[in-house]
Ligand binder design. Structure first.
Ligand code: SF4
Length: 499
C-alpha cells in the first residue's frame, strides 16, 4: 500500500463517530423497516376508489401521509384515479408554493473522492476521470459567470468526500462565494445570496461550523434506502459503506442547528416504490424526532457516466411514465416539501413534470469542474459525474416556463428572514408561505428580467408579471402599497429588496 493510500484510509476510518448515531437508534434498529415496507407494498392493492379519494383529500390538507397510505397510492393503476392524483399534485404545489418555480445552479467544486460507489463516474477506482479541486480564485471565476452573466442567486455547491475538500475547504469556499460581488452589464449589483450545500455526512461539530458559515439547505441523499442494495453498491471499507452514518446525517444537522435540510434517493438503484416509502419514512422520522421535515426532496434518476457500466446495467432503471408517477406520489406523500427536478432530465420531460408539482429546477447548468468559466465548454465526460440531458440556457427555460404560466423565482428571502425549521413548517402547512413566495418571486423576477433576460423572454414574461401584480393587489391589499414601493425601486436599479 502506498503512503498516500494509507493516509487516505487512515483519514476515512476517523470520519464516522458511532456515538453520534446510537442515540437515534430504537433498540439498535434504524427507522427503515424493510419487512413493514415490503408487507405494505404487497398487501395494499385493489383498495376501493373512495379510499384513494380520502388519501388525496388528506394530502390536499397538507398532511403527511402514512406509509400505508403511500403504499395504496403506489399501487393505483386505474387511469381516472391516476389522473385525479396528478391534478391534486399540482393543486398541492400551488397551495403551498404558489405558481412559481425557484431556480438555482449546480456548482461542483471538485471531483476528489475517497469512496468507490459503483454507479458514480467520480468513484476513486475510475482512472478515466481527470481529478481537480477548484482553488478559491477559480471558485470566484465560476461565480462571476454564474451570478454575473447568467443571473443565478442561489447555488447548490457540491463537495466530494476527501480530506482536501473537508470542512475547512467547504467553509473557505462558501465565504469566497458569498463575497464575490459583480456588476452586471447594465451596472446592477449581482451576487450569490444563498449557498446550499450537498456534501458527505458530517460530524455534529462540523455541522455547527457550517451553520455559522451561513449554509442554506444541507443536502445528503441516501442514494438507496434498501439496506442490502446499499451494501452491495458501496464497497466495504469505504466511509460511504456505513448506511447508518448517512441515514442519520440529517438528524445530526438538525441537532447542530441546521434546520433546513434536503433528502433524496437516486432512482434506478433499487425498486422505485421502495425508495418512495424510504423517503417518506425519513420525512416522518424527522417530523417525529424534531418537529421539522425535509425542506426539499430530490429524486434524480441514474444517468450514464464515463467508464461506469453499472449505471447502464441496473435492472431498476425507470421509464418516463414511471418517473412521472414517482413525482406525483411523492408530491402527495410529503405535501409541504419543495421538490427538485434537475437538468438530468431532458427538456420535454422537464416541461411535463413541472405540472406535477415541481418547485425548484436548475438551468444553464454545467457540472464539469470549472466549466462555467470556460467559454463554449460543452459536456466533458472525464470531468463530470454524469451527463446532463437538458443543456438549455436559463433564458430559454424561463421563457418556456412563462409560456406555460409559471413565474421563475430567484427568491432567497426565506432563509435570510429565518423562515426555516419549525417556522417554515407552520407557514408551509397553512399555505402562508405561498404569500411570501408570490411577493418575492415578482420582485426577484423583475430584477432578473431587467439585468439578464433576452428581449423575447422579457416580452413574454411581462404578461406573467402583470398578472401576478394584479393578483397581489386583490389578494393582499394591505401589503400591496409596500410591495409596489419595492417594485418601483427595483425598476429604478435598487436590488435585493424582499419580504
Ligand atoms: S457518489 Fe459521491 S461518494 Fe460516491 S463515489 Fe461518487 S462522488 Fe464519491
Amino acid at each position: 500500500m502506498s503512503e498516500k493510500t494509507a493516509t487516505l484510509e487512515n483519514w476515512a476510518t476517523q470520519r464516522i463517530n458511532f456515538a453520534q448515531i446510537s442515540p437515534y437508534l430504537n433498540n439498535m434498529r434504524d427507522f427503515i423497516c424493510e419487512t413493514e415496507i415490503e408487507g405494505l407494498l404487497r398487501s395494499q392493492t385493489d383498495v376501493p376508489a373512495s379510499c384513494v379519494h380520502d388519501i388525496i383529500q388528506k394530502a390536499l390538507a397538507i398532511e403527511t401521509l402514512s406509509l400505508k397510505e403511500a403504499a395504496i397510492l403506489l399501487n393505483v393503476r386505474d387511469k381516472d384515479l391516476l389522473s385525479r392524483m396528478r391534478e391534486a399534485a399540482l393543486a398541492i404545489k400551488t397551495k403551498v408554493y404558489d405558481n412559481r418555480i425557484v431556480t438555482f445552479a449546480p456548482f461542483y467544486t471538485g471531483n476528489l473522492c475517497v469512496n468507490n460507489c459503483l454507479y458514480c463516474g467520480f468513484r476513486s477506482g475510475n482512472p478515466a476521470i481527470n481529478r481537480k479541486l477548484l482553488t478559491v480564485d477559480e471558485i470566484k471565476n465560476e461565480i462571476e459567470i454564474i451570478a454575473g452573466s447568467i443571473g443565478h442567486k442561489r447555488i447548490i455547491a457540491v463537495y466530494g468526500e476527501h480530506p482536501e475538500s473537508g470542512i475547512d475547504y467547504i467553509i473557505s469556499t462558501m465565504s469566497a462565494i458569498y463575497n464575490t460581488k459583480i456588476r452586471t452589464k447594465n451596472n446592477s449589483s449581482a451576487s450569490i445570496r444563498r449557498v446550499n450545500v450537498n456534501a458527505a455526512p458530517m460530524q455534529v461539530e462540523e455541522l455547527r461550523a457550517l451553520k455559522k458559515a451561513g449554509i442554506g439547505t444541507y443536502q445528503v441523499f441516501q442514494e438507496t434506502y434498501h439496506h442490502k442494495t446499499y451494501e452491495s453498491i458501496h464497497p466495504r471499507g469505504t466511509v460511504k459503506s456505513n448506511y447508518r452514518w448517512r441515514l442519520y446525517s440529517m438528524h445530526r444537522a438538525i441537532e447542530a442547528g441546521i434546520d433546513d435540510v434536503g433528502i433524496g434517493a437516486l432512482f434506478g438503484l433499487y425498486d422505485w416504490k421502495f425508495e418512495i416509502m424510504g423517503l417518506l419514512a425519513h420525512a416522518r422520522e424527522l417530523e417525529k424526532t424534531f418537529g421539522i421535515g425535509p425542506h426539499t426532496v430530490s429524486f434524480p434518476r441514474l444517468e450514464p457516466a464515463l467508464n461506469t457500466p453499472f449505471a447502464k446495467a441496473s435492472k431498476y432503471l425507470l421509464n418516463d411514465e414511471t418517473f412521472k408517477k414517482v413525482i406525483t406520489v411523492l408530491r402527495l406523500c410529503i405535501p409541504y416539501a419543495g421538490m427538485i427536478l434537475t437538468a438530468r432530465e431532458n427538456a420535454s420531460m422537464r416541461r411535463d413534470c413541472f405540472s406535477l408539482g415541481i418547485t425548484q429546477t436548475d438551468a444553464s447548468s454545467k457540472i464539469g469542474i470549472g466549466s462555467y468559466s470556460q467559454a463554449g465548454c460543452g459536456q466533458k465526460g472525464n470531468k463530470q459525474q454524469f451527463l446532463l440531458a437538458d443543456t438549455r440556457s436559463l433564458d430559454e427555460v424561463v421563457l418556456e416556463l412563462a409560456q406555460d404560466g409559471f413565474i421563475t423565482s430567484f427568491c432567497t428571502a426565506g432563509y435570510r428572514c429565518e423562515r426555516t425549521g419549525k417556522c417554515i413548517m407552520k407557514l408551509l402547512r397553512s399555505g402562508q408561505e405561498g404569500k411570501f413566495c408570490k411577493l418575492n418571486a415578482v420582485l426577484t423576477f423583475r430584477e432578473w428580467l431587467d439585468d439578464f433576460a433576452s428581449p423575447r423572454t422579457k416580452e413574454i414574461a411581462e404578461n406573467i408579471i402583470n398578472r401576478e401584480i394584479s393578483q397581489i393587489k386583490s389578494m393582499m391589499p394591505d401589503i400591496f402599497p409596500a410591495f409596489m414601493n419595492y417594485y418601483e425601486r427595483i425598476t429604478q436599479g435598487e436590488r435585493d429588496l424582499y419580504f
